[in-house]
Structures are given as structure tokens and as C-alpha cells.
Design a protein around this ligand. Structure first.
Ligand code: ADP
Length: 671
């Protein structure tokens, strides 16, 4: 060995150029062998002349020798004729860049490579061979393929989810509509006490179910950024009190007091999205009721101090409270204070997340304060534009009440304070002294120790010439305190109390004669709603729904004609003038959209009839379809009496004539 090195040194000394050449060759060979990409040289007819280590391994061989013996270049192509195509391209252009190819390894596995190659020519331009590099991009390609697949699957899943939600929304809401509507009608008929309670339970359970369905649907819509907002005029008081009333049953089963107190400075009518506001409120009140075992839940609505036009809604409870460490998570979706919450209290953990999203979209702010064992106070502030109209009931001082004295017996401080505020607002003096002389009494049975106690309070009232004794009772609970009727109260006031209803009851009961009642109630007429007239055409295929809608409209004071499908609706509209059409969107044969489009093609005045879509879909996109079809407004199933009254009232004036605004076809109320 030593001798060999020494000999080379001697030769190198004698021939320095040869040494340089060898060194340079060795360097290039090292580079050739060690680059991570495959490098090759092939003859024009595809024989492999040289292949580096990376290429040998890429194709699954041990040595370059083995590879060379394995065959010609085209054998490694998944499609051998591609090699000829490539060679042609190379001859034409001289080189190829980043050409994607599929090759087969010795073990039969396929790999994807990027090829860069060129033609080597002699000084006369004669082609000698091909040289090039191959980069193995199989892993990258597989990752890309997996990504594309995952994306396609996600898109498909999302499409299926939307489709499923739309279908479910329809499928679930349609029968619920019937259940709710029928239970509502049942409750308004002459029922015995137990039957009424059964009907109420049916109605409340259906509402509860609807709530969960809506929550899941809403969460999906929020997630997809598809939440829609309405901007119509509504009565703030109704929304707040409805939110409380909806939870009355749950609260009374736990013997919780529910109170709603609205500051008279808050505008009665405002513009905004009533349904979304009610959703946020019922969520907060629902949570308060759920997490409270004793005491009360109070909703207050008042102007925000030093922030003109802003209203604060606050829900206070005397429940379990929220530990400090959970304060950060409760607005996150699916999060509950601890894992046992669902087991103990139920719920999806979505309510507050949805509430927050809705308020964000409405430009509102939400927050809370809470201490374990002491209760919670959730609040949110919203800017709600006031609309001109009704006065706050507390701003009225009806002659019948002004200067009167009322005995108030109510042990719960929150309820008592609210009642006192209302009564004082109406000009009534309030006393809690049972022996004091008073004009009427408002008594909570729990304020007196026993039935006997109530009997005494009521008869004492008689003896003391109190003309009236009003007994407060939770909704659905026994109202009369003694079965003999001896101490039957003048009227029962249902809890949770509603300011306007209480005022109406007092005025109705305290006025002596019928004519007086009418006069006493006149200032409230606008708020209580007047009966309206008009002929409404209902196009609806479902028999139960036909019945429900007909009864509701009749209750609202309208005359009703019913048809079964789009064809019949067309015929009816062409034969007779209707004040309005309630058009179910999904009907067999001709659906609501087609029928509407056809009505809009009719000669005047038939084409001008206001058309309200009745849709079971509460999903994004339905409004647009309704507008496109030429509908003016829409109402979602399940239809509530109040909503139906509002929407129909928007389009028919009191004489039963379609409102003039109808003529302006380009201003639909839907958007
Ligand atoms: P859900 O009530 O369906 O579980 P939410 O998003 O409405 O979901 O509430 C999330 C969690 O916040 C609840 O599970 C509960 O642990 C806590 N929480 C909300 N409101 C109250 C409250 N008023 N009192 C105590 N804990 C509450």
C-alpha cells in the first residue's frame, strides 16, 4: 500500500496534469454518487449507461451494474411508450423540465418522479446520449392525493350535513307545528283543570323540543356564517315577557319565582330581530332556571346609563353560580362548567356560544358576574332603534286606579318590588298592612300560611269592603283556594306577571259595568290588538295544518278559504279577490313557488294580492327563493298565533284591504 501511494506521488510529480485530472474526476464522481436525486445517462435507444446510487435505490436495486443489466430505460415506465414520446420531445426542444412521470420499481411498486433531462451532442450537433435527473415525489403526491380526497370528503360531508339539516328542519318542524298549534287551540277551549294541564304539558314539551332542534340548526348556521337577521318593528315588552313565560312551567315546577321588570324609559316599540333577541333571552333565562334550585330569576330591561339608544337586558338568578376557573370557557361551544353538568342538568353546551355569536352579529355585548353558591348575573347590551307608537303601560294613570289603595301580600321581595313599582306607576297606593283600609288586594297564596289563611284574607277583604281580591297563582296551578267557592277571588292573576295583562285584569274587574270596561280598556286597545277583517286564502296540503291555520286566522278575526295545492290557489285567486294568500311552499303538484310566479303573471288586480310564504325551512336560502318567486313576506312553521297576527296584520289593514305598499312590487318585506 505504502509503495502504491509513493509510486503515485512520483508519477504525479512527473506528470502534474494527470493528477489534476484524476482529482477532478474523483470530485465529480463523488458528487454524482452522493446527490440525493437520481442521475442517469442513457443511450439514444434507451440503454442505461450510468446511474448514481440514489437512482439505483429509487428503482429498488443494489448496484448500478444490476440496474444496467435489468434492461432498457422504457422498462421502468408504467407506460413504456411514454419514453418514446419524451425522447421525441427532447430531440425537438433539447431539454425537459419538471416532467412528471410514473415509474415501476424492481419490486413492482409504482413511484412518481419529476424528470429534468437534456440531449448531449457532439461538436457537430450529432446526438450522443441523454442525461438527466429524477426526483422521487411519491410521498408528496400521496399527501396531495390524501388532501384532495379529504377535501372532497369534507365538502361532500358538509353538503350532506346542510341537506340533512334542511330536511330534518322540515321533517321535524312540520309535525311540531301541528302539535303546538293543536295544543294551543285546545288550551283556548273550555277545558277542565286537569285537561288544561295535560295540554299545557304537551305544548311545553313541544316547545322544548323545538328549542333543542333550533339550537342545533342555529349552531350549524352560525358555524357556516349563515345566520340571517331581520329588521322589523316589534314590541320589546312582548319579547321579554314571552321569554319569561316560556320558562314559567319549568320555574314553577321548582317553585322558583320568575319576574320580568321593564323600565318605563325603555321604548315599547323598537326595530330589530325579535326572534333572535327572544332566543338569546330564553337561553339566559333558561340557564338561570336550570341552575337555580331556590329563590328567583329576574329579568330586567333598562336603558344603559350614559349610552343613548342602548338597552341593557339582565338576568339575575339565585342559583349555584359559576366557579372562577370556569369563567373563561362558558362561552365556548360544547363547554360546560364541569363534566357532570350534562348528567345533572342536561344541555348541549351550545346555548351561550350561540347567544354570544348572535349578539356579536347584532353589535351587542355580553358579560356576566357569578360566584359559586351566590348566583349569577348575565347581562347584554344592545342598540335598538326606537319606533314611534305605544306608550309604556306604566306611563298610564287610568282614572279607575288613580288614587286607589291596594293591599299587597307577596313574600318574594323581587316580585313584590316589581308589583309595587307597577302599581305606583298607575297611581295606586300600596300597603302591606292587612288591617289597613284598601280598595283591592293582590295576594300570593304563599303569603298566608294556609288555605284557611287565604280564606281569611279574602273574607277579611270583603268585610273591609275591598271590592276585589286578586289571587296570584303560578300558571297552570290551582287558582281557587277553597273548594266551596266561598272565598273565590275576583280574578286569578297568573305568574309570571305581565304588566299589561295585570293592568287589563285590574281595569276589567274593577269597572262596575260593561260600558265602563270598554271605556277603561280603550287606552290599552292599541297594545292589546284589535280584531281585524279580511278574507285570507290558505293554500296548504296538510289537513291538520289547514285546520290549525284556519282556526288561528278566525281567532284573529279574518275570514278564511282553504285550498289544497298550487293549482287550486291559482283558480281561487283568479275567481275572487282575496286580501291575502298564505302559501305553503311545499305542496304536491304545483308548489307554492310556482303558484306564486303564476299569480304574478295574472292581470291586475289579481296579481297584486299579497302572498305570504309558509315555510317549514328555517334554513338559509329560503328567503331568497321566496323573494325570487314573488312572495312578499314569510312565516316559518310552527306557526304561532302572535307571529301570524303580526305578519298578516302587516299586509292587511283594518278594513281588510291589502295595504297600499303592496303595489310597490320592488319593496318586499322579506329582505
Ligand atoms: P348548556 O346550558 O346547554 O349546558 P350553555 O352554553 O348555555 O350550555 O352554558 C354553558 C355552561 O355554563 C353550562 O353548562 C353551565 O355549566 C354554565 N352556566 C350557564 N349559565 C349558568 C347559570 N345561570 N348558573 C350557573 N351556571 C351556568
Amino acid at each position: 500500500m505504502m509503495r502504491k501511494v509513493a509510486w503515485r506521488r512520483l508519477v504525479d510529480r512527473l506528470n502534474p496534469d494527470g493528477r489534476a485530472l484524476r482529482e477532478s474526476e474523483a470530485r465529480y464522481r463523488e458528487l454524482f454518487e452522493n446527490v440525493p436525486d437520481g442521475v442517469y445517462e442513457t443511450s439514444l435507444d434507451g440503454r442505461i449507461l450510468a446511474a448514481n446510487r440514489a437512482l439505483v435505490r429509487m428503482l429498488g436495486y443494489e448496484t448500478a451494474e444490476e440496474l444496467r443489466e435489468a434492461g432498457r430505460a422504457e422498462q421502468f415506465y408504467v407506460e413504456p411508450r411514454r419514453r418514446e414520446e419524451l425522447a421525441e420531445e427532447l430531440r425537438r426542444t433539447g431539454s425537459l423540465q419538471n416532467y412528471e412521470l410514473e415509474l415501476v420499481r424492481r419490486d413492482g411498486r409504482r413511484i412518481t418522479v419529476l424528470e429534468n433531462s437534456r440531449v448531449v451532442k457532439d461538436e457537430n450537433g450529432r446526438e450522443l446520449c441523454y442525461q438527466g435527473t429524477l426526483t422521487d415525489i411519491t410521498a408528496r403526491k400521496e399527501a396531495e392525493r390524501a388532501l384532495v380526497l379529504a377535501r372532497d370528503q369534507a365538502l361532500e360531508a358538509s353538503r350532506l350535513k346542510s341537506q340533512f339539516l334542511a330536511n330534518m328542519s322540515h321533517e321535524l318542524r312540520t309535525p311540531l307545528n301541528a302539535v303546538l298549534g293543536m295544543a294551543g287551540l285546545l288550551m283556548e277551549s273550555n277545558l277542565g283543570r286537569s285537561e288544561r294541564e295535560y295540554a299545557e304539558t304537551v305544548q311545553h314539551s313541544a316547545h322544548f323540543l323545538l328549542e333543542i332542534i333550533s339550537q342545533l340548526l342555529d349552531f350549524s348556521s352560525v358555524e357556516a356564517g349563515k345566520l340571517e337577521f331581520d329588521a322589523s318593528v316589534f314590541r320589546l315588552r312582548d319579547v321579554a315577557e314571552d321569554a319569561i313565560t316560556m320558562l314559567a312551567d319549568r320555574a314553577s315546577s321548582k317553585q322558583l319565582e320568575l319576574v320580568c321588570s321593564i323600565d318605563p324609559e325603555v321604548p315599547e316599540l323598537v326595530r330589530g330581530d325579535a326572534a333572535r333577541l327572544k332566543q338569546v333571552l330564553t337561553n339566559l333565562v333558561g340557564n338561570a332556571v336550570k341552575f337555580t334550585e331556590k329563590g328567583e330569576v329576574v329579568l330586567t330591561v333598562a336603558p344603559v346609563k350614559d349610552r343613548v339608544g342602548w338597552t341593557r337586558f339582565e338576568v339575575r338568578d339565585s342559583g349555584i353560580g359559576i366557579p372562577e376557573e370556569a369563567h373563561g370557557i362558558i362561552f365556548e361551544p360544547f363547554r360546560q362548567v364541569d363534566g357532570t353538568t350534562t348528567r345533572n342538568y342536561g344541555g348541549t353546551g351550545l346555548g351561550l356560544a350561540i347567544a354570544k355569536q348572535i349578539l356579536d352579529k347584532m353589535g351587542g355585548e355580553i358579560g356576566f358576574e357569578s360566584r359559586p353558591g351566590e348566583g349569577s348575573r348575565f347581562w347584554f347590551d344592545l342598540a335598538l332603534a326606537p319606533a314611534p307608537g305605544c306608550r309604556a303601560p306604566r306611563r298610564m294613570q287610568p282614572a279607575l286606579l288613580k288614587g286607589k289603595t291596594a293591599l299587597l301580600a307577596e313574600p318574594n321581595l323581587a316580585v313584590r318590588t316589581t308589583l309595587e313599582e307597577w302599581l305606583r306607576g298607575w297611581g295606586v297606593e300600596v300597603t302591606q298592612d292587612e288591617t289597613a283600609k284598601s280598595d283591592f288586594a293582590i295576594i300570593a297564596p304563599s303569603a298566608v300560611a294556609s288555605e284557611e289563611g287565604v280564606r281569611c284574607a279574602v273574607s277579611a277583604g270583603r268585610e273591609m269592603q275591598r271590592p276585589a281580591c286578586f289571587l296570584m297563582a303560578p300558571m297552570g296551578e290551582r287558582a281557587c283556594c277553597t273548594p266551596d267557592g266561598e272565598c273565590r277571588p275576583t280574578a286569578v292573576i297568573h305568574k309570571p306577571l305581565r304588566e299589561l295583562s295585570l293592568l287589563e285584569t285590574l281595569l276589567r274587574e274593577l269597572s262596575q259595568k260593561r260600558e265602563d270596561t270598554a271605556a277603561a280598556l280603550r287606552p290599552l286597545a292599541e297594545q292589546l290588538g284589535e280584531r281585524r277583517g279580511g278574507l285570507v286564502l290558505v293554500a296548504e296540503d296538510n289537513k291538520v295544518n289547514q285546520h290549525v291555520i284556519r282556526r288561528m286566522l278566525e281567532k284573529l278575526g279574518y275570514q278564511v278559504a282553504v285550498v289544497e295545492n298550487g293549482h287550486e290557489a291559482l283558480e281561487a285567486v283568479s275567481e275572487r279577490r282575496y286580501s291575502l294568500v298564505l302559501m305553503d311552499c311545499q305542496m304536491p303538484g304545483m308548489d307554492g313557488f310556482e303558484a306564486t310566479a303564476a299569480i304574478r303573471e295574472m292581470p291586475a288586480p289579481h296579481c297584486h294580492v299579497p302572498i305570504i310564504a309558509v315555510t317549514a325551512h328555517a334554513i338559509h336560502g329560503d328567503r331568497e327563493r321566496c323573494i325570487q318567486a314573488g312572495m312578499d313576506d314569510y312565516i316559518t312553521k310552527p306557526i304561532m298565533l302572535g307571529d301570524l297576527g303580526d305578519v298578516v296584520g302587516r299586509w292587511i289593514d283594518r278594513s281588510g284591504e291589502a295595504r297600499a305598499v303592496r303595489q310597490e312590487r320592488n319593496t318586499p318585506a322579506i329582505d
